[in-house]
Design a protein around this ligand. Structure first.
Ligand SMILES: [Zn+2]
Length: 385
C-alpha cells in the first residue's frame, strides 16, 4: 500500500515541493475523491500559452464536460486567475500545471467573468486553496451564482443521465476502435463528473463591482469593467493597459456565441464599447484560441446584430420561431459568409470541443450553431416584450 503522501509526490512531481500547505490539503482531498472513484490519475486539462509578458492563457483541452479557458496574470507578488471551469478538480489540475510551468506565487484574486457553471464551479476550490484570495465578480454575477448554480446543476444531473444513455447507444453503433474508445471515454468522464459534483456547494464572490474596479499592482494595472449586458446580465472583462491584453470570458470567444442567457439587442453595443474604450491586441476569451487582433470583436458584434435584425423583422411580420429557424440559415447571412468568421469559427469548435461520434462536418456545426442562436434570440425577444 502506498501512503497518501507517496502517491501525491509521484502524481505531482516537482509541483508537490512547491505546493503550499493549503495546496497540499486540496490535492489530498482530490486524491481521496479520485481513489473513491477508482481513478488515480490527475489529468492534464489545459495547454498554457503566453499571451503577453506575465499574462498566460490556459487553453482548455477538449473534454466531455466543457471547461472554460483560464487567464493567469502574474502580478509583482501574486497571481490573478480569471475563470474557474466546470468542476473543482479542474482547478487542482490547473494549479499543478501553473506551479510547474508558470509561477509559484500565491493566488490573490480569482475573477468570475460571469455566472455560468463552466466558469464558476471551481470557485469553492480556490476558496479552500487560497482562503485569503478575493473572489471577484460583478454584483449581478454574484446574485446569479447564488440563484442559479444549484437548480441548474440539479437539472443537469437528469440531462447527463440521458447523455450517458445516448453515448452508450453510440458506442453500440460505433464501428472503429477509435470511435469506441472515444464513446467509452466520454461515458466515464461524464460519470466522474456526476460523482464529483454530487455534494457540490457553490462559493459566492466576496468582492463585487458595478462598473469599474482598478487594481494598481506594482507590475501593471488591471482594469475590471462591466460595459453592459451581453452573454449574460453581468459579464466582466479584465484589461491590462500596459500589456495590451484583455480577458473577455464568453462576451467574446472563439466559438459561436451562446445566447441562451443573453441580451442580443445589447450585446453588439457592449462589444463595441469594450473595443472603443480599451486598447488591446491580445484577446483571451472563455473558449477557443487566443486572438492576436480585434477583428473577432467586430465580426461577433456584426453577426449577433445581423441575426437579431432578421429575427426582429420576422417576429414583426408574424413568423414563428420554427419558421425563422429554417429561414435564417448560414447561407443567408452576410457575416457568416466571411470565411474568416463562419468557417473558421465552426472549425474552431470542432477542434476545441469534444463531441461523440459520428462527428459532424463544419457545415453541420455552422447550421446547428446559427439555428440555436436564432432560437435563443427569438426567446430573448419574447422575454423582453
Ligand atoms: Zn458562458
Amino acid at each position: 500500500m502506498n501512503s497518501r503522501r507517496g502517491f501525491l509526490k509521484r502524481a505531482l512531481g516537482a509541483c508537490w515541493i512547491g505546493a503550499s500547505v493549503l495546496d497540499q490539503a486540496m490535492f489530498r482531498a482530490v486524491r481521496a475523491r479520485a481513489q473513491a472513484a477508482g481513478n488515480y490519475t490527475l489529468p492534464t486539462l489545459f495547454d498554457i500559452e503566453k499571451a503577453a509578458d506575465g499574462i498566460y492563457m490556459a487553453l482548455a483541452r477538449p473534454a466531455s464536460l466543457i471547461n472554460c479557458n483560464a487567464v493567469i496574470i502574474e502580478n509583482a507578488a501574486d497571481l490573478m486567475i480569471i475563470d474557474t471551469h466546470s468542476k473543482p478538480s479542474a482547478v487542482v489540475s490547473l494549479l499543478r500545471q501553473l506551479r510547474n510551468q508558470v509561477s509559484q506565487k500565491p493566488v490573490r484574486y480569482v475573477v468570475a467573468s460571469h455566472f455560468h457553471w463552466d466558469h464558476s464551479h471551481g470557485l469553492p476550490a480556490y476558496r479552500r486553496i487560497a482562503p485569503h484570495a478575493d473572489l471577484v465578480a460583478s454584483e449581478t454575477t454574484r446574485k446569479l451564482i447564488g440563484e442559479q448554480t444549484l437548480p441548474r446543476l440539479k437539472a443537469s444531473f437528469d440531462e447527463l443521465a440521458k447523455t450517458i444513455e445516448d453515448y452508450k447507444q453510440r458506442l453500440a453503433k460505433a464501428t472503429t476502435p477509435q470511435d469506441k474508445a472515444l464513446c467509452r471515454e466520454m461515458i466515464s468522464e461524464t460519470q466522474d463528473y456526476l460523482q464529483e459534483m454530487k455534494n457540490f456547494t457553490p462559493e459566492l464572490p466576496n468582492l463585487t463591482l458595478e462598473r469599474d474596479l482598478i487594481i494598481h499592482d506594482k507590475a501593471h494595472d488591471l482594469h475590471l469593467a462591466f460595459r453592459g449586458r451581453g452573454h449574460t446580465a453581468g459579464d466582466v472583462v479584465v484589461w491590462c493597459p500596459q500589456k495590451k491584453t484583455i480577458a473577455t470570458g464568453d462576451l467574446l470567444h472563439g466559438f459561436f456565441p451562446f445566447i441562451g442567457d443573453g441580451y442580443p439587442l445589447d450585446w453588439p453595443r457592449t462589444l463595441v464599447a469594450v473595443g472603443h474604450q480599451f486598447s488591446f491586441n491580445n484577446i483571451a476569451g472563455g473558449h477557443g484560441s487566443l486572438q492576436r487582433d480585434t477583428s473577432r470583436l467586430y465580426q461577433m458584434a456584426n453577426y449577433i446584430e445581423e441575426v437579431t435584425e432578421r429575427v426582429v423583422a420576422g417576429r414583426r411580420s408574424g413568423k414563428t420561431q420554427a419558421q425563422l429557424e429554417s429561414e435564417v440559415t448560414p447561407a443567408t447571412l452576410k457575416t457568416v459568409a466571411d470565411r474568416n468568421f463562419g468557417e473558421l469559427t465552426a472549425q474552431g469548435l470542432l477542434k476545441h470541443r469534444r463531441m461523440p461520434p459520428p462527428l459532424p462536418t463544419a457545415a453541420q456545426v455552422l447550421s446547428d450553431s446559427v439555428k440555436a442562436n436564432v432560437g435563443h434570440i427569438y426567446a430573448a425577444l419574447e422575454r423582453s416584450t
